[in-house]
Design a protein around this ligand. Structure first.
Ligand SMILES: Cc1cc2nc3c(=O)[nH]c(=O)nc-3n(C[C@H](O)[C@H](O)[C@H](O)COP(=O)(O)OP(=O)(O)OC[C@H]3O[C@@H](n4cnc5c(N)ncnc54)[C@H](O)[C@@H]3O)c2cc1C
Ligand SMILES: NC(=O)c1ccc[n+]([C@@H]2O[C@H](COP(=O)([O-])OP(=O)(O)OC[C@H]3O[C@@H](n4cnc5c(N)ncnc54)[C@H](O)[C@@H]3O)[C@@H](O)[C@H]2O)c1
Length: 619
């Protein structure tokens, strides 16, 4: 029934969609098989994209030609740049999204790609021939051949949903679990584990009293994720903030004896940084209230997402407790919160390309690798999609460095250190975060993507122009000075000490209270000059000037470490013969098969003296 495909992608979640699109855009024929074509790119939980560190990942995907940023922009209900009061390395774009529009835009995007075919079915088995993935078998008993397979099963593998004492098989509420695949992969020699996650109840917005809550609007000057000119929705919607209280907590506690988490019925480890409300009142018992973000699920629907109230307590306890929250007195629940347990595959079984070490041409991406989050999933999908295409065509692989992207940090962490709890990105995971900012993802990554044929020349030209223009403006500001008469009225307004003599614009901008618009306000010629430049170029100029010395120091560190990062290790290196390595180091090195000395040095259990031994034997 089917001809052979180059790449089969299993699962149309955030990872699967990016994987299919990336491989197809490079020229592979792709079949995207998913259980239910009605729920492509479903946001299983929060209808929001980005946030701290995750927003940077979305910018990176976009800079390389992926779609998550474009689709998030097209479906944005509200946009906020988080952490603006901190340095630019911490600025993080976040959007609240229309869940249905997000999914629809992804579906339309996939339908617009001529190399992507879709098929609704459940994959039960990966066909392996001579140690290589060669296709899949579906629950309808169809065998479909391919040169490579990418598994992006999300939370569906042997998924079990918990609501109080009720236990239902499912991959997400209302959707079936995927069975059979884990068991087959285990017979192939893979290790699997169990994790859990959860989601809050959804309510009918018409039953809420917003007068008792604080309004929260998005940024006036709206930002965006994509570096392309996506048309944004013309309006933004409001969110609200309210709080739990002692009474809410007391009611929730009445459900603890039926809680699947506290009674030990759930065995898998959950995301530490996204605790359920029962976890919060248990672990942080000193706090008498917790913040709740009341978020619309779309432009037109009345459904509301109760952010901060993730729970798997019995549904009647959820409803009783909700109604004690200010504004929720008459709340009608649309869907209860729940927890879900699922299988994952510890990611140390992967290479940095996301190809499995055991079966060639088989790739894993997304939550199946122990991560949590749409952004982390999308990024892995993109990398797996690119590498599947490159691998089957014997082309250069795409491995991003830790010093050039959060995506590099994400994959290096997963593959080198593994994870025992759901892994989410934080700025603190990136040692070179000063360099990995949302403002320069295009400068860091678009040239790499261009070389692989992932973005067109026009996109590269735009990036080069941003670099040249911002360099020109930096130079201009180094060369031009402002007099005390021009600058002092503005300095006085912001409480900065007056100039005694003419001073270069560059030096004035280095003052903490001053931004580039203050300088423009003081000098019409400069203000007119800025009118000719894009907002992003002006932002880039300001960041370059204000943080110049910090960036230079960070680059020095990167360059110092470059020697180790560039020192490649032969994949067939025989660690067994190096008896001077510790036994633990030998075992771990054999398991991870690090690509470089730098990667080897990050494996837990490999000490600096083990690295010295390796260095001696490699030279
Ligand atoms: C209840 C819950 C709450 C969550 N909360 C959040 C949150 O608030 N924010 C956040 O960032 N992350 C949250 N997550 C995690 C987030 O949903 C995932 O990290 C993200 O969706 C993972 O993307 P993915 O592509 O790996 O998998 P998924 O989005 O789960 O997609 C997997 C896809 O694969 C399909 N599939 C699975 N098995 C098969 C098979 N054998 N054959 C064919 N198709 C198959 C499924 O139908 C589905 O379309 C939550 C997840 C759940 C379930
Ligand atoms: N269940 C899971 O598996 C799982 C795992 C990780 C994250 N999550 C969920 O993913 C989502 C993203 O997680 P996160 O905490 O990184 O990001 P977030 O976007 O919810 O929050 C990031 C920051 O933004 C603030 N914020 C939250 N909602 C806001 C709103 N409506 N308007 C403005 N600011 C808001 C928060 O105070 C926080 O500091 C969260 O809703 C979280 O519950 C779920």
């Amino acid at each position: 029934m089917f001809n052979k495909y180059n790449v089969i992608v299993v699962g149309a979640g955030h990872a699967g969609c990016e994987a299919a699109a990336a491989a197809a855009n490079l020229g592979s024929s792709v079949l995207l098989i998913t259980m239910n074509m009605g729920v492509i790119a479903q946001m299983s939980c929060n209808p929001a994209i980005g946030g701290v560190a995750k927003g940077q990942i979305v910018r990176e995907i976009d800079a390389m030609g992926g779609y998550t940023g474009i689709i998030a922009d097209k479906s944005t209900l509200q946009f906020r740049m988080l952490n603006l009061s901190k340095g630019p390395a911490m600025w993080s774009p976040r959007s609240q999204n229309d869940r249905m529009r997000f999914a629809e835009e992804w579906r339309l995007t996939l339908e617009s790609l001529p190399n992507v075919d879709m098929w609704q079915d459940t994959v039960k088995e990966v066909i392996v021939k001579n140690g290589r993935a060669a296709g899949v078998v579906t629950s309808l008993g169809i065998r479909i051949e391919s040169d490579a397979v990418i598994l992006t099963n999300g939370t569906f593998l042997n998924g079990i949903i918990h609501i109080g004492e009720k236990k239902i098989g499912g991959g997400r509420t209302g959707e079936k679990a995927a069975t059979g695949l884990t068991e087959q992969l285990i017979t192939l020699g893979f290790e699997s584990g169990r994790m859990k996650t959860g989601t809050p109840p959804r309510v009918d917005g018409r039953s809420l009293n917003y007068k008792l809550m604080e309004e929260q609007w998005g940024d006036d000057k709206r930002g965006r994720f994509s570096y392309t000119d996506v048309e944004l929705p013309t309006i933004q919607r409001c969110c609200w903030i309210t709080y739990t209280n002692d009474k809410v907590h007391e009611v929730l506690k009445t459900g603890f004896e039926k809680s699947p988490m506290f009674t030990g019925r759930i065995k898998g480890l959950g995301p530490r940084y996204c605790p359920s409300i029962e976890d919060k009142i248990n672990r942080f018992s000193e706090r008498d209230r917790h913040q709740i973000f009341v978020e619309p699920e779309g432009f037109n629907t009345v459904e509301i997402y109760v952010n901060g109230f993730s729970t798997s307590l019995p549904e009647d306890v959820q409803q009783k407790a909700l109604r004690l929250i200010p504004g929720f007195e008459n709340a009608k629940m649309y869907r209860p919160g729940y927890a879900i347990e699922y299988d994952y595959f510890p990611p140390m079984q992967l290479d940095l390309t996301l190809e499995t070490l055991k079966v060639k041409h088989l790739f894993f991406a997304g939550q199946i690798n122990g991560t949590t989050g749409y952004e982390e999933a999308g990024a892995q999908g993109f990398i797996a999609g690119v590498n599947a295409h490159q691998r089957i065509n014997d082309l250069q692989e795409l491995i991003l460095k830790r010093s050039e992207s959060y995506i590099g940090v994400l994959i290096d962490d997963l593959v080198t250190k593994g994870t025992e709890e759901p892994y989410r990105m934080f700025t603190s995971r990136a040692e070179h975060r000063l360099l990995l900012r949302q403002d320069n993802a295009d400068i860091r990554l678009t040239p790499i993507a261009y070389k692989l044929g992932l973005v067109d020349e026009e996109r590269l030209r735009k990036v080069n122009k941003k670099i040249e223009d911002s360099d020109y403006l930096v130079d201009y500001m180094k060369q031009h000075s402002l007099s005390p008469d021009e600058m002092n009225p503005v300095l006085e307004e912001v409480g900065s000490s007056p100039l005694q003599q003419k001073s270069r614009m560059f030096n004035i901008l280095s003052r903490p209270q001053i931004n580039i618009s203050h300088i423009a306000k003081a000098n019409t010629v400069f203000s007119n000059l800025l009118d000719d430049y894009e907002d992003e170029t002006i932002e880039q100029t300001e960041i370059k000037i204000k943080y110049d010395s910090y960036f230079a120091k960070e680059m020095e560190i990167v360059n110092r470490m470059k020697k180790m990062e560039d020192k490649e290790i032969n994949p067939n290196f025989d660690y067994g013969k190096l008896t001077s390595l510790s036994i633990e180091a030998r075992e771990k090195l054999l398991k991870v098969k690090p690509r470089t000395l730098g990667q080897a040095s990050r494996i837990s259990g490999v000490s600096p003296s083990d690295i010295s031994v390796l260095m001696v034997h490699m030279s």
